[in-house]
Structures are given as structure tokens and as C-alpha cells.
Ligand binder design. Structure first.
Ligand code: GDP
Ligand code: GDP
Length: 437
């Protein structure tokens, strides 16, 4: 499971600015897709290869100001409890304030490795700015300017060094896991009901196997001769008994499960429609590049009109992930489950599709012939050849000339072209252009 880093500090010290720097993805496209909502508090830092971690902006955790809403405070506390490393941020311009000290006192009780970030050192004498904060007695102190991206290298190195040792690649770790499936969704969508149904219907070949870290638990499942591992679903089941929706739902857990899975099942409640929380979870899945199936649950007891309304709203709101299969199920009654498993298998197979360079090159030629990218100052960008550059998700590198002029619309055209030609369903496809001269 991905380690967790919590950003803590007074309001206005620059936590959300720092959060944005850390969680900005190479694939900025995800955020430009209309309909995707960006999660402002939870994200994954992918800046250091093979050392990804979850970042939580606890905004307002130990804010002494009255009126801090209890939910936010509790959520922030949970984040610190789940964190492997805490980054306490202070403001160089404000200097050391009593609130900074009281926050640190609370953090000391949590007993987590803590780094001190002195932000907004731009335009200041850094040594002078840092000196004042030595009084806090923290060994690791970093002067940065989050707004200008200054000082981030050393800070990233220190965060990574403080994280627990990385395990092997989570996807390669256990070859007999079969297809790893994460089931995520809002509280009460029906995740636990689905897991119980899957387990109840099928012979469970290995019961709960405690994971190596914290309470991550994997459940092995065999169905129609295929092996699956449900990730962290025991957590889902255990928490189901807790009535408090907040306790039950953890974005951190969702992010970790998605990251450790091959295929994510995003579960929606047909009666509730698509909420911001759903589209923000979807944003996380898209960033991760994982294969995706959308399970629309509680399909039982809906009349024809309600079903049509629901389908229309799904089409409209999930347009940006139209490549993901939508399966209509009733976890409670068991309808649609076989179709769901089929969609999972298909998404997995698609995400692992292995192209050869020669067939990809032929595909690119065919696509280019059918429709060329628009002229740029009298020249058409050229596409010459292509080769595969990875799976899960499939990654295709296309070489050509003037490729930087290729517009997003054309990239999408190619993506759909590949999708159709290779019948890929349920996986994103990443395309990278390179000029070959
Ligand atoms: P948060 O409340 O802790 O999340 O703080 P924000 O990230 O919202 O930042 C508060 C204010 O500080 C904003 O106006 C930012 O533009 C500004 N700010 C953040 N980082 C820096 C920095 O490195 N230098 C300067 N000069 N201003 C910054
Ligand atoms: P979770 O929070 O996502 O794990 O949701 P639960 O599995 O605990 O389900 C929340 C509620 O929805 C429970 O009362 C379930 O009985 C109910 N529920 C789950 N699946 C279905 C379904 O397919 N149809 C109907 N009508 N109710 C369901």
C-alpha cells in the first residue's frame, strides 16, 4: 500500500500550494477533461519514480480558531493517524507563532516522523528566516517557496527518505493473486454487500489474509476457474458495521486500493446519481491509469422512467470515462454480477494488451490516412512509426515530425482508433508523441 504523507499547519501558510506542487501529474490532461473534479485534499505524488505516496492536505487540522467544523477536524486527525510522515508547514513571513508550537505539541503526541517546511522564503534571506524556527527543535528543516517551486528537490528527497522502505512493485508482487480488484465508492453505495455476495456465492479459497502493513487485507476469490484478489475489502466489511459515514469512508484507503489493484470497480448508487465525490474518485482512478469498471448498484426496484433518467445522467456526467463499461447490478439480489465479472476480465485483458511495433505502425498509418491532423502554418504534423512502451495502462509512443502541434482532439481520435481496432475496453490508453529528427 502506498505510504501516506500528511501536510499540517495553520491556515494560509501555503499547504494547498505545496499540495498542488506535489500532486501535479505529468498527465495534466486528466484535469482538463470536462466533468472531472479535482480533489483538493487528497492526491498521489508521483514525482519520484517508484516512490509514490499519498498526500493529504489536512487544511485546518489543529486550527485553534473556533468554528472549525468537527467533520473536517476529525478527517484531518484520521489523516495524521494514518500518515507515515508528517510535514509541518510554517510561514517564513509570519515568523514563529504560538499556534505553530501548539500544532507541533499535538503532532508530538502522534509520534510520527515530522519534517518542518518553512515556506515563502522567496525574497527573504533564507538563513535568517530559518533561524527563528530552530526553537521548535526539529532536526529536518527545509526552506522552500512552494509558489515558485523552489527548494522542492531536497524536501522531496527528505520525504522519500523518511517513508517506510518500499515493497516490490505492488502489481508484480504476488504472481498467483490473479486479477487484483479494488472496489471503491461512496459510503452506502453497496460495496460490502457486493463483497459479501461474491464471497457467499463462491467457494472462498483462502479466507482473510492479513496484509503486511496496517490493516490492508486481501481476499482471494475463485470464480469460473479464474483467480481474483479483492483488495482491502475486509476493511470495507469491517467498517460497514460502523454507522458513521465518515469513519466508514476513507479517501486514503480508496487511493491505496486503486494503486494496488489491476482493475478498479467504482460503485455508484443508481438512486443517488453521480455526485462530486464520485467524479473526484474517478479523477483519482484516471490519474492512476488503472483499468476501470463502473458498477451502477441498486438497479432493483427502479422503474423504467427512473432507469432512463439514470442512464442519461451517467452518459452526461461520465462522458470523460466513456471507455469504461457501465454495468447495472443489484448487489443485494445478485443480478448483473456475472456481467460485472466479465467486464472486470475484459478491462484487465485490455489493460495488458501487448502490441507489436509493426502492427502499431500499420495502425498509425491507417489512422493517419483516414484523417490527418490539421495544418499548422502550412505544414501537417507527420506520424511515421509507433512502438509499445508499457502496459497497465497500454502506452504507445508515436514518432513523427512537428508532433508538438498535434492537438488534443487528434490525440483523442487516435486513442479511439486504437480502442476500436484492438477492441480495448475499460482501460485508458496513453499516447506519447516524439519527434524522430
Ligand atoms: P493554506 O491555507 O495553508 O493551504 O495556504 P495556501 O496554499 O492557500 O496559501 C496561502 C497564501 O500564501 C496564498 O495567497 C498563496 O499564494 C501564498 N503562498 C503560498 N506559497 C507561497 C510562497 O512560496 N511564497 C509566497 N510569497 N506566497 C505563497
Ligand atoms: P457500503 O458502505 O458501500 O459498503 O454499502 P453497504 O454494502 O453497507 O450497503 C448500504 C445499504 O445499501 C445497505 O442497507 C444495503 O442493504 C443496501 N444495498 C446494497 N446493495 C443494494 C442493492 O443492490 N439494492 C438495494 N435495494 N439495496 C442495496
Amino acid at each position: 500500500m502506498l505510504p501516506v504523507v500528511a501536510l499540517v499547519g495553520r491556515p494560509n501558510v501555503g499547504k494547498s500550494t505545496l499540495f498542488n506542487v506535489l500532486t501535479r501529474t505529468r498527465d495534466a490532461l486528466v484535469h482538463d477533461l470536462p466533468g472531472v473534479t479535482r480533489d483538493r485534499h487528497y492526491g498521489v505524488c508521483r514525482l519520484v519514480e517508484d516512490r509514490h505516496f499519498v498526500v493529504v492536505d489536512t487544511g485546518g487540522l489543529v486550527d485553534d480558531a473556533a468554528g472549525l467544523d468537527a467533520q473536517t477536524a476529525r478527517q484531518a486527525e484520521l489523516a495524521v493517524e494514518e500518515a507515515d510522515v508528517v510535514v509541518l508547514t510554517v510561514d517564513a513571513r509570519d515568523g514563529l507563532l504560538p499556534t505553530d508550537r501548539s500544532i507541533l505539541d499535538r503532532l508530538r503526541r502522534a509520534g510520527k516522523p515530522t519534517l518542518l517546511v518553512v515556506n515563502k522564503v522567496d525574497g527573504l534571506d533564507e538563513q535568517v528566516a530559518l533561524a527563528e524556527f530552530a526553537a521548535l527543535g526539529l532536526a529536518s528543516v527545509f526552506g522552500v517557496s512552494a509558489a515558485h517551486g523552489r527548494g522542492m528537490g531536497p524536501l522531496l528527497d527528505a520525504i522519500v527518505a523518511a517513508l517506510p522502505e518500499p515493497g516490490a512493485d505492488p502489481l508484480a508482487a504476488e504472481p498467483d493473486d490473479g486479477i487484483r480488484v479494488a472496489i471503491i465508492g461512496r459510503p452506502n453505495a453497496g460495496k460490502s454487500t457486493l463483497v459479501n455476495r461474491l464471497l457467499g456465492e463462491e467457494r472462498v479459497i483462502a479466507s482473510d489474509v492479513p496484509g503486511t502493513t496496517r490493516d490492508s487485507i486481501r481476499i482471494a476469490l475463485e470464480r469460473d476457474g479464474k483467480r481474483y484478489t479483492l483488495i482491502d475489502t475486509a476493511g470495507v466489511r469491517r467498517r460497514a458495521r460502523i454507522e458513521d459515514a465518515l469513519e466508514k469512508f476513507s479517501v486514503i484507503k480508496s487511493l491505496q486500493s486503486v494503486e494496488a489493484a489491476h482493475v478498479t470497480v467504482l460503485m455508484l448508487d443508481a438512486r443517488e446519481g453521480v455526485s462530486d465525490q464520485d467524479t473526484s474518485l474517478l479523477g483519482h482512478v484516471l490519474e492512476s491509469g488503472r483499468a476501470l469498471v463502473v458498477a451502477v448498484n441498486k438497479w432493483d426496484g427502479m422503474d423504467k422512467y427512473q432507469r432512463e433518467q439514470c442512464v442519461a445522467s451517467l452518459t452526461r456526467k461520465l462522458d470523460f470515462a466513456a471507455w469504461a463499461r457501465q454495468v447495472f447490478i443489484s448487489a443485494l439480489h445478485g443480478s448483473g454480477i456475472a456481467e460485472l465479472m466479465k467486464a472486470i476480465n475484459r478491462a484487465y485483458a485490455s489493460s495488458n494488451h501487448k502490441f507489436t511495433s509493426s502492427e502499431l505502425t500499420r495502425a498509425v498509418e491507417a489512422a493517419y490516412q483516414a484523417y490527418q491532423p490539421p495544418l499548422v502554418r502550412g505544414h501537417t504534423p507527420k506520424l511515421k512509426f509507433a512502438h509499445p512502451a508499457g502496459t497497465n495502462p497500454p502506452m504507445i509512443v508515436i514518432h513523427g515530425a512537428r508532433t508538438k502541434h498535434i492537438a488534443e482532439g487528434y490525440r483523442r481520435y487516435l486513442e479511439n482508433f486504437f480502442r476500436k481496432r484492438y477492441r480495448l475496453e475499460g482501460t485508458p490508453i496513453r499516447i506519447e508523441f516524439r519527434d524522430s529528427d
